[in-house]
Design a protein around this ligand. Structure first.
Ligand SMILES: Nc1ncnc2c1ncn2[C@@H]1O[C@H](COP(=O)(O)OP(=O)(O)O)[C@@H](O)[C@H]1O
Ligand SMILES: [Mg+2]
Length: 427
């Protein structure tokens, strides 16, 4: 088979690494890719927003299957366009991608289907939103309805902060994403990422994972796209995973089918595990980044048949096998991230780092400059490792991190702390 993968981040490098390992794949392309992906796939300079160009590439290169990494092309309907052109594609169609494309859509769906989520209200102008905030009190959460690249949510500790967030969003601070706003109750608990492969009717859970959103050690400082992840997440016991499937994922799959927008692809539920059980924070309609980096390390089964079965509506009797070992990934980011950062700093020592037992390095924002790897983004590298426990995977990942010579970058030193603390040898 010839496969085209769309995207350019650490998630796509991990997917490319796993797809390339499949005996079913003869040629793997990635658009646009990065310097690390170029080791697994042939990178092509396609603009994924130009659906006609992607279709033309698929026809010219006899692509049998397309795998879409990021959310923007999904919400823009690239799956609809590729499928209409006769190219089988993994990912939800435009209407199903509304589960990520509109937070208000998802909240309404939860309300109608009795899916546990924070109490909320939707607003299309500032005064009514602020009146609701004053009535509810703080802490309270203000969310832009649309895609905002991780910048659309303000967890406000005071009413004044929440009101300021409303004003910022309606003043156009987040562009079109903020023309509608969701205000919701603050949920206390532990966050976890839950993934299920869906075929429009059936769903199978993937291994659990937890990420670290804050930039600083001890989960402090501003939010980021994710500074590290590990799998399994001890809080996701088999009983908790079953509840999540029964109370959140399967009702969503049924509701989407009933709406005539069957959900096919990977459904990524951001959960808050509260005293009452799992509550849905949000849906994403694609694999998580950096969670995918640890999930792909732990996945024993061939990824290609699984993604094809999701697309073909054939997950009913499907089964995935996982390595028992734990996996952990440390994100290395350019100094200054998530604020302003410089591009182009040189990264050395990658081969020495990759030689540590159990380690795989997935590139997120890198470029090859005449044989030298240089930083080309905010999040730049994922140093991932398998190990018999989260603590041992962590030790391997940091041993590799310490072999990387990159004065232009930094990482957190405490990825996995919650899981390590829970392990028998934990501090
Ligand atoms: N209702 C809530 N209660 C507490 N924290 C929340 C709530 N909603 C969101 N958050 C926090 O804000 C983060 C971002 O919110 P989320 O809905 O996942 O938006 P996005 O990922 O699109 O930025 C979450 O990961 C979580 O830490
Ligand atoms: Mg989120």
């Amino acid at each position: 088979m010839n496969i085209l993968l769309l995207g350019s981040g650490g998630r796509e490098h991990a997917l490319a690494w796993k797809l390339a390992a499949s005996p079913l794949v003869s040629r793997l392309y990635c658009a646009p890719g990065n310097a690390g992906i170029a080791r697994e796939a042939e990178c092509v300079a396609l603009d994924t927003a130009d659906h006609a160009a992607v279709i033309a590439f698929c026809k010219a290169n006899r692509i049998d299957f397309v795998v879409v990494g990021p959310e923007a092309p999904l919400v823009a309907g690239i799956v609809d366009d590729l499928e209409a052109a006769g190219v089988p594609t993994f990912g939800p169609a435009r209407l199903a991608a509304q589960l990520e494309g509109s937070k208000g859509f998802t909240k309404d769906l939860c309300r109608e289907s009795g899916i546990p989520t924070a109490a909320y209200a939707r607003f299309s102008e500032a005064e009514a939103a602020k009146a609701y905030i004053r009535e509810q009190g703080a802490p309270i959460v203000v969310k832009a309805d649309g895609l905002a690249a991780g910048k659309g949510v303000v967890v406000a500790e005071t009413v004044a902060q929440a009101e300021a967030a409303v004003d910022m969003m309606f003043a156009g601070g987040l562009g079109a994403a903020g023309t509608e706003v969701v205000v919701e109750a603050f949920l206390a608990g532990e966050e976890v990422s839950f993934f299920a492969l869906c075929d429009g009717e059936h769903a199978i859970a993937l291994a659990s994972a937890q990420d670290h959103k804050r930039v600083g050690d001890g989960d402090t400082g501003p939010n980021t796209g994710g500074m590290g992840a590990y799998s399994p997440a001890p809080i996701m016991t088999p009983a908790m995973a079953q509840r999540t499937m029964d109370e959140i994922v399967l009702p969503t799959v049924r509701a989407m089918k009933a709406r005539g927008a069957p959900y096919k692809g990977v459904l990524f539920a951001g959960l808050m595990v509260t005293a009452e059980g799992p509550q849905l924070i949000e849906y994403n309609v694609r694999f998580g980044d950096p969670e995918t980096q640890v999930l792909m390390l732990r996945l024993m089964s061939d990824l290609v048949p699984a993604l094809m079965a999701a697309r073909d509506g054939q997950l009913k009797a499907f089964d995935l096998r996982w390595y028992q070992e734990a996996a952990l990934a440390v994100v290395m980011a350019a100094n200054g991230y998530p604020g302003d950062y410089t591009k182009g700093t040189v990264i050395g020592g990658l081969d020495k780092a990759a030689a540590v037992e159990g380690v795989e390095i997935f590139h997120a924002g890198t470029r090859d400059e005449g044989g030298r790897i240089v930083a080309n983004g905010g999040r730049v590298l994922n140093v991932a490792a398998l190990g018999p426990s989260v603590a041992e995977a962590k030790a391997r990942a940091y041993e590799a991190v310490d072999r990387i010579d990159w004065p232009g970058g930094f990482c957190r030193r405490d990825i996995g702390w919650r899981a390590v603390k829970r392990e028998p040898s934990g501090a």
